[in-house]
Design a protein around this ligand. Structure first.
Ligand code: R5P
Length: 298
């Protein structure tokens, strides 16, 4: 029996309030479907418009990387301090508690180990897994200028088609071959190609000169890649410069989990990214959190 709409006169339709049509907070993402925007909001903080992603997917081509030998021991305690986790499905299922509620950025390409040609990747996950693992985004490596450039771009475009069908954004990771020059010109090319061919956000390295031209010429959010372990002050300075020069956050691995005090470093990076803290101040924070931890464990 349908409910009788008897009290029509007493309903409140707020006729004096126009329905708002709020723009979505992320660059280049306004025309995406609700599900895609919702997933992006599990990665990027709608308040700051930025993200601190923790990258721990290194094992997919290089095995048990220093700092990742036991993800359950070294990484799980860091999870409260990141906005999203970049991870393979194997580590996700075996080592990450299913109570983790932030964005999962799933490594979706792979194949060769570091013993072979790294650009020779294929898509490494299917649609069912994406739903089953409740992922917020798919990460795929693109090797612009590499021996298997076209295949890696094709991997990305196929994932973009799949992601657009499912409402799952695709995160293109610009991989740079050893012999390639890491400059703004190269990254402008790689990031723009990724965005033009459908990537929803892009990971790329910071460069000393002209990084702001890389972010300006890419119509979707750019997230700074961490790279090899640096002294903490250098990593904090690089993160600070990247966000000031237009990056919508960072995706850092070794500079977090290979730090002497990973949780302290991650908290310092958060301040830099979300609150524009200056590198020196963030280093002070890192050092005081590290000292506190030493006191507790001694
Ligand atoms: C490969 O290139 C991957 O995306 C990495 O495994 C990872 O994300 C790199 O992180 P980082 O360079 O900050 O250690």
């Amino acid at each position: 029996m349908p409910e009788v709409d008897a009290g029509k006169e007493s309903k409140e339709f707020h006729l004096d309030i126009a329905a708002e049509n709020r723009p979505f907070f992320l660059k280049g993402s306004g025309a995406l479907d609700w599900g895609t925007q919702n997933r992006l909001s599990r990665i990027f903080d709608p308040e700051s418009g930025r993200t601190v992603m923790l990258a721990i997917d290194h094992g997919y081509f290089q095995g048990p990387t220093t700092g990742l030998e036991r993800v359950d021991v070294s990484i799980v305690p860091l999870l409260p301090y990141c906005d999203a986790l970049m991870v393979t499905r194997g580590i996700l299922r075996t080592s990450i508690p299913p109570t983790f509620r932030k964005g999962i950025v799933l490594r979706a390409s792979g194949g060769p180990s570091l013993l072979k040609e790294l650009s020779d990747e294929e898509i490494a996950v299917d649609a069912d897994e994406i739903c089953r693992l409740h992922v917020a985004a798919l990460a795929v490596q693109i090797f612009v200028g590499g021996p298997f450039e076209t295949r890696s771009i094709h991997n990305m475009t196929r994932l973009v088609d799949l992601g657009n069908r499912l409402g799952v954004p695709v995160f293109a990771v610009t991989a740079v071959g050893k012999e390639m020059v890491r400059d703004a010109r190269y990254f402008r090319l790689a990031c723009r190609m990724a965005a033009e061919l459908g990537a929803h956000f892009v990971k790329t390295y910071h460069v000393e000169e002209g990084f702001e031209t890389v972010t300006a010429s890419c119509p979707v959010p750019i997230v700074m890649a961490g790279g090899k372990k640096l002294p903490e002050i250098e990593a904090l300075t690089m993160a600070h410069r990247a966000v000031q020069e237009g990056a919508c956050g960072v995706d850092m691995g070794r500079n977090i989990f290979q730090s002497e005090a990973p949780a302290a470093m991650l908290q310092a990076v958060r301040k830099v990214v979300h609150e524009n803290m200056k590198p020196k101040e963030a280093l002070d924070l890192y050092q005081s959190l590290r000292a506190e931890r030493r006191r507790k464990t001694s």
